[in-house]
Design a protein around this ligand. Structure first.
Ligand code: SF4
Ligand code: SF4
Length: 307
């Protein structure tokens, strides 16, 4: 029986904190010692492939979600389905059978259970694309799984759950699955982080950074996930508030990546700073993080092998 990979979550609350920057660099560093899958589950704006300098995210397949189909022969236009649909996807005109707005449907299935006449049937629709490809860097190779929601879709959770499931399939014979989540702190982030052994919360020393750090740490606490914190662009503001929050949530380790032109330049070129500027301070910090994560992974692999 194959064991579960070590799942490393990387999240940041708000967008633009540098979580994809951290996740992609860690993927390359960890791939020097372990078999790695990097899952870009920021389904609304996946950009890991761009940070890795790739022109495309790879071979694609459809992401499908549950979607109800109305059997008009059975429908009595009673309206029970519209009453339980909390996204407003079911529209009723008086005396007429319902209409379902696909992009508003979250695929929750409540309407199926609510229909007293068995007039709602299970179906599905395409809500996005899933991409898989191999990534080769100068220091190591790994697999990249990317989820991408179709433009105009309102609900991210089904695409997040699908992408996470596919990433776990790809990682079943690997050591590590790195999950790079989307921005925010809602249900879809909790779903993406489920099963993580550790969460690296990437934040920045700004009031919004502090607000979102608390939200993401709350998710980790609710799911019993250990936490580390990276203060990105650590030299742009005071960190007192971040440290206070970290203390409150028992964050185990704090790393600081200063703002630096090396990061900006590698970013612009689609290169990883740990490869492009290995002697820079950001690259040094990222290597330290990778070493400490490696120790956890090794321990976890040993524990799994022990009877
Ligand atoms: S599956 Fe859920 S969201 Fe979609 S139409 Fe039915 S009740 Fe509404
Ligand atoms: S609950 Fe069933 S019967 Fe009633 S309107 Fe909806 S689909 Fe038609």
């Amino acid at each position: 029986m194959k064991n579960m990979p070590f799942i490393l979550g990387v999240s940041g609350g708000k967008g633009g904190t540098g979580k994809s920057f951290v996740a992609t660099n860690l993927a390359a560093l960890l791939s020097q010692k372990f078999k790695v899958v990097l899952a870009d589950i920021d389904v609304e704006a996946p950009n890991d492939f761009l940070l890795l300098g790739l022109e495309d995210p790879g071979k694609s397949e459809d992401i499908r979600s549950f979607f109800p189909i109305i059997d008009y022969k059975k429908c009595t236009a009673c309206g029970a389905c519209a009453k339980v649909c909390d996204t407003g996807a079911i529209v009723m005109a008086k005396g007429r059978p319902p209409m379902i707005m696909p992009r508003l449907c979250s695929g929750c299935k409540a309407c199926i259970y609510a229909c007293p006449y068995d007039a709602m049937l299970p179906g599905e629709r395409v809500i996005g694309k899933l991409f898989v490809r191999d990534v080769s860097t100068k220091i190591g190779s790994f697999k990249l799984v990317t989820g991408m929601l179709k433009e105009g879709e309102e609900h991210t959770p089904p695409a997040v759950v699908y992408t996470k499931r596919r990433a776990l399939e790809e990682a079943k014979d690997k050591d590590v699955l790195i999950v790079d989540t989307g921005a925010g702190s809602g249900n879809s982030i909790a779903a993406a982080l489920q099963g993580s052994k550790i969460l690296i919360a990437v934040t920045e020393p700004t009031p919004l950074g502090a607000h979102d750090l608390r939200a993401i740490l709350e998710i980790a606490r609710g799911n019993d996930i250990r936490t580390w914190m990276i203060i990105n662009r650590s030299n742009i503001g005071p960190e007192d508030e971040l440290l206070k929050i970290a203390d409150e949530y028992n964050v185990e380790k704090v790393f600081r990546i200063p703002y630096s032109k090396e990061v900006v330049l590698s970013y612009a070129k689609g290169k990883l700073v740990v490869i492009e500027n290995p002697d820079s301070e950001p690259a040094r910090v990222l290597r330290r993080v990778a070493e400490e994560v490696s120790a956890l992974i090794r321990r976890s692999l040993v524990e799994v092998k022990s009877p």
